[in-house]
Structure formats: C-alpha cells, structure tokens
Design a protein around this ligand. Structure first.
Ligand SMILES: [Zn+2]
Length: 106
C-alpha cells in the first residue's frame, strides 16, 4: 500500500498553490485575481443553494485556492494571518466559544 499523502494544512496548501500558479498569478496581478475569487464565491453560493455535495466540495476548494493565490500575490502567510486573528479564540470576545452579542459581527 502506498504511503498516504500527508494531511493538507493551511501552510502546505498555500505552498502547493504557490508552486502551481505563482508565476501566472503574479502576471495577472491582485485585481484580476480578486475578480476570480469573487467569481468562485458566486459559484459557491450557487452550489450552496442548489448543488450536490460533490459540487459543494469543488466550490469550497476553489474559493480556498483563489484566496491562497491572492495571499501569495501580496505576500501574506495565511497561517500567520489566522493564527494571529483566531489562534486564541474569538477576536471580538476572546473566548473559544464566542459570547459576543448577536448584533456584533462574529
Ligand atoms: Zn466573540
């Protein structure tokens, strides 16, 4: 039996996307890349509304891939970003189970 692939972490997913696409992504630039992300977000909305589980899997993957692409283009480490903001709990109330008022964004 072949070795199973290591689990994909945020860090190695971002690295994978960088290795596959960085040259093209840099040539396209952040504005064009952001448009692709928004297109994929729209496709995710469609899949959530009326798609199959398989279609939803694909659209979630696409949104994450384009988000990672934009992070690569502008030099953002996604692991650092999420660790800083969410690594110790809700950024609003600081709790691991959010207790922010319903009217607040989190
Ligand atoms: Zn909170």
């Amino acid at each position: 039996m072949p070795d199973p692939s290591p689990p994909i972490t945020i860090a190695n997913f971002q690295r994978l996307i960088r290795e596959m696409y960085l040259e093209k992504d840099l040539a396209r630039g952040v504005d064009g890349t952001f448009m692709w992300l928004m297109e994929e977000v729209g496709e995710l909305a469609g899949a959530l509304r009326s798609g199959t589980h398989e279609e939803r899997l694909g659209e979630f993957a696409d949104v994450l891939a384009w988000l990672a692409t934009i992070a690569n283009v502008v030099g953002i480490d996604l692991t650092e970003a999420v660790t800083r903001k969410y690594g110790t709990g809700c950024p609003g109330c600081g709790q691991l189970v959010c207790v922010c008022a319903d009217a607040e964004k989190p």
